[in-house]
Design a binder for this molecule. Structure first.
Ligand SMILES: [Zn+2]
Length: 459
């Protein structure tokens, strides 16, 4: 088997890996590269293979950095099956449509500017029509059900415990077992199951997003979160929580449901104000086969994603009405890094009042509004207007859906390290991958490599 690491090699975005077996080609992932516009444009528009030569795609999960370039692949001639779990199919259908919408919006703005400068318009990477053609190719397979993306390569998906429907991918050919981590999750997170250990593997291609870090424990995080929410309620705060639409919002709802059951949230309205998050939550409800034991138990008696006082806001007008409402109240809204979506409007209306709170619950990339708020900027610009940050800002760690360095090392140990010949570390900034490499090499005598983009290996 030949493997060419193309995307998410020494970086965290744009996952793409080409596999060749007896002159047959298939790819794992086809993610969107997210970064500076020109670089992203160049990378996303160039495939180092002919899309029509690819016989199949295997998709580990729906996140856009793993799935977001699929419509472009299809538009350029790919027409084979895209294997993934049924839950991934449903989440990806929503995320790809959202991605097409964001691009239309961005390109309309960009092309207006280009027109003013006398430049020709830029063409969209893909449209909703391409998304529709892509969704038709999404081919659901159940966890552990064997299939052959190409002749002679037996493949199975196992729960990765990262987001709903996520998988690690096991490929078997010529007596060799190759495991691809996709994005590896963590143990003991709410709603979904823990990552499944796949034993006796010979090669492991692992993500290394947080290879050099150690996450806070989930239990510690919940206590801290409870303390902040209580303080906010006592002060009559509007508590704004920017949250990713997939998994983070649902996990926060599950935590808040617990706080409600304990009596902390009595008479405090909680709003989920993101149409995408609301639709994704409906997908969660349709896939109880992905839930852990605790969530299945809740499901027997009630809705794990609802409790008295929780409102899913769909309508724009209803969202605007929240601006005039007084606290205490909790508003969870996307985007998670405050770069767009309804959360921006909630920030505009609450950021200058010192009674209010902004609770950041996830990674904030450099250059985003969320990052500036988190770093304690006294003033921020939103839609070119200046705002003084008077609301109190909190950061809650411990909610990451990615395994940290210790989790990955422990995973390798559980997979029975003695059969492992080589580990390839991908999907991480180089410092994180190196930190993980050091950790692995200090514990096991297994050869490791951090391949650059376009590195081709034969195994
Ligand atoms: Zn992911």
């Amino acid at each position: 088997m030949d493997i060419t690491f193309i995307g998410a090699a020494q970086t965290v975005t744009g996952s793409l890996h080409l596999f060749e077996y007896k002159k047959q080609k298939f790819i794992l992932e086809c993610g969107l590269f997210q970064g500076h516009r020109e670089e992203a444009e160049r990378i996303n528009r160039t495939f180092p293979f002919k899309p029509k030569d690819i016989q199949a795609v295997i998709l580990s999960h729906a996140h856009i950095d793993h799935s977001g370039n699929l419509p472009n692949l299809v538009q350029r001639g790919f027409s084979g099956p895209i294997y993934c779990t049924a839950a991934t199919k449903d989440v990806a259908t929503l995320l790809l449509a959202d991605s097409a919408k964001i691009q239309e919006y961005d390109f309309a703005y960009l092309n207006k500017k280009r027109k003013k400068s006398g430049l020709p318009p830029k063409e969209l990477l893909y449209t909703q029509t391409d998304v529709d053609s892509t969704v038709k190719l999404l081919t659901p397979v159940a966890y552990e059900e064997p299939f052959e993306p190409v002749k002679g390569v037996k493949t199975r998906l196992f729960d990765a415990g990262h987001i709903l429907g996520s998988s690690v991918i096991l490929l078997e050919a010529d007596g060799k077992r190759i495991l691809f981590s996709g994005d590896l999750g963590r143990k003991n997170m709410p709603i979904i199951r823990d990552p499944v250990i796949v034993k006796d593997i010979n090669y492991f291609i692992s993500e290394s997003t947080y290879g050099g870090r150690t996450h806070k424990s989930f239990e510690g995080m919940t206590d801290e979160f409870r303390g902040i929410i209580k303080k906010g309620i006592d002060k009559g705060s509007k508590i704004i929580i920017p949250a990713f639409a997939v998994e983070r919002t649902q996990v926060l709802v599950a935590i808040l449901k617990n706080l409600y059951d304990e009596g902390t949230l009595e008479d405090v309205p909680v709003y989920v104000d993101s149409p995408l998050a609301t639709n994704v939550t409906d997908v969660f409800r349709r896939h109880p086969e992905c839930f852990d034991k605790e969530t299945r138990k809740i499901l027997e008696e009630s809705d794990p994603f609802n409790f008295p006082g929780l409102h899913y806001v769909k309508d724009n007008e209803e969202s605007k009405r929240l601006n005039a409402q007084q606290g205490p109240m909790i508003i969870m809204s996307a985007s998670g890094m405050c770069e767009g979506g309804r959360v921006v409007h909630h920030l505009i209306h609450s950021i200058e009042d010192d009674r209010n709170m902004i609770v950041i619950t996830g990674f904030q990339a450099r250059g985003t509004l969320g990052r500036r708020i988190l770093e304690g900027s006294k003033t921020v610009y939103i839609f070119n207007d200046e705002y003084t940050v008077r609301a109190k800002v909190y950061f809650i760690g411990g909610l990451s859906a990615h395994a940290d360095g210790n989790d990955i090392t422990e995973y390798i140990q559980s997979c029975n390290g003695s059969t492992l010949k080589k580990i390839y570390l991908i999907h991480g900034d180089i410092e994180e991958s190196i930190a993980l490499q050091d950790k692995i090499e200090s514990r096991f005598s297994i050869d490791t490599d951090i391949p650059q983009s376009m590195t081709r290996v034969q195994i």
